[in-house]
Write a protein that binds this ligand. Structure first.
Ligand SMILES: *Cc1c(COP(=O)(O)O)cnc(C)c1O
Length: 412
């Protein structure tokens, strides 16, 4: 220990005592990088690679169309949804895997507004994730409702009898600030509104108790901390008590009560299945289901505690080792925080390119926010140590000060 923060040996020792240490081997990670972007694209579980290979070669290659029945492809959205439900405090039959997060947000927001006829306002956060805002704008135009976009701390003050739905994201995508979901949901219900939450940056690294917190609707993404793979299918949740009355804006044949009756009339399936629209993406589902199975083996309390501990260590080390270089910690040092931390610097983009060139991988969001994710199943304490030492060196040597690092890629 030097000056309060642990040295490399102390971090290695902490890894040896980590109850989750065994999980790192369950991922196919290159050993010459420090991967701190699991909040944007989770690492590849070995079981997901194997499962996609089996589903592709055996079930698709040999089984062909028979696999819809024989390999149970047709029930994969509900089966994977039921597994995922256990990670977010929901019950069997309340979660289904389908589409992208954006599409699910659209479907649920339209359904919520139709469930509260006469109320014409959606309350959201002005700096919500952009797709959430764009989707709200599209729905507002379609249904002729208004969006009331307020600061994070003003949500409860924005509630009144005109509000149909409170539409928020649990963990903020840059700051990692966490909303008090239970309290805001209670406030929404007290004024007669529905509460709908985007869980993209939460599941499963921040505690979510959908049933206990009396959430109405939720959606989230499969490719971040869930590790479902690039563009993995997303999921949606509808509380059991709403399932009979809530319709869907995208009534497709997979949400029909009997798709293979090929009836010209739409009869919604009972339960969560009506929120399926078209044919599920089986290869993507195979990877996601394998990743969810891996998460179901892990102790979620340990995982959440470790994500917090890694983030705390990162903040403490950055504060000590990178002082005087104009870095600002944009995430909460104390209190609830998602499993990522943002640092702000005027040259954040170039600094991140210099880090990536040295094998420390995070990402960048405007304005100059460097984001570092601490996925608890495969990130080690020593990775945090090495990342901060690399960052300190990049700052001290001005290794970031190169023209080519300023060229912005399509994906940042
Ligand atoms: C990542 C993320 C999304 C992603 O939406 P896609 O439709 O999967 O691209 C949506 N909302 C939030 C809050 C996110 O963090």
């Amino acid at each position: 220990v030097s000056g309060g923060v642990p040295d490399r040996r102390a971090c290695v020792a902490r890894d040896l005592g980590d109850p989750l240490a065994q999980y790192r081997e369950r991922f196919l990670l290159p050993d010459d990088i420090v991967y701190l972007d699991g909040n944007s694209l989770g690492a590849l579980p070995a079981a997901a690679a194997q499962r996609v290979d089996d589903v592709t070669r055996e079930e698709w290659g040999r089984g062909l169309i028979r696999s819809w029945n024989d390999a149970h492809w047709i029930s994969a959205p509900q089966r994977t949804g039921d597994k995922l439900a256990r990670l977010i405090g929901a019950s069997p039959g309340e979660v289904v895997v389908a589409d992208s997060t954006s599409v699910n947000l659209f479907k649920l927001l339209v359904s919520a507004l139709r469930e509260r006829p006469g109320r014409r306002v959606v309350v959201t956060q002005a700096d919500n994730f952009p797709t959430d805002l764009y989707i709200a704008g599209g729905v507002a135009e379609l249904l002729g409702v208004d969006i009331r976009a307020v600061d994070a701390g003003d949500v409860e003050d924005a509630l009144d009898g005109d509000v149909a739905v409170v539409y928020l994201t649990h963990v903020h995508f840059t700051s990692g600030v966490v909303h008090d979901v239970a309290r805001i949901t209670r406030a929404a219900h007290e004024c007669g509104a529905l509460a709908m939450w985007d869980l993209s940056h939460s599941t499963p690294v921040v505690a979510v108790e959908l049933d206990e917190w009396d959430i109405d609707l939720a959606a989230g993404c499969g490719y971040k901390h869930l590790n479902g793979g690039p563009g993995a299918p997303a999921y949606l949740f509808v509380a059991r008590r709403l399932q009979d009355s809530l319709g869907t804006a995208l009534p497709g044949w997979m949400g029909h009560a009997d798709p293979f009756a090929f009836s010209p009339e739409y009869t919604p399936a009972s339960g969560i299945a009506r929120h399926l629209s078209g044919t599920p993406a089986i290869l993507g589902l195979a990877a996601l289901e394998a990743a969810v199975d891996l998460w179901l083996e892990a102790d979620l309390v340990d995982a959440r505690d470790k994500a917090t501990a890694l983030g705390d260590l990162f903040i403490d080390m950055v504060t000590e080792r990178c002082a005087g270089h104009g870095l600002e910690v944009m995430s909460p040092r104390h209190g609830p925080r998602g499993a990522h931390v943002s640092l702000r610097h005027a040259e954040g983009y170039r600094i991140m390119q210099a880090l990536i060139a040295r094998g420390v991988i995070g990402d960048v969001r405007p304005p100059g926010l460097m984001r570092f994710g601490f996925a608890p199943l495969y990130t080690r304490y020593v990775d945090v140590h090495d990342a901060v030492e690399t960052l300190a060196d990049v700052l001290e040597t001005h290794a970031w000060d190169r023209e080519d690092y300023a060229v912005r890629a399509v994906v940042t």
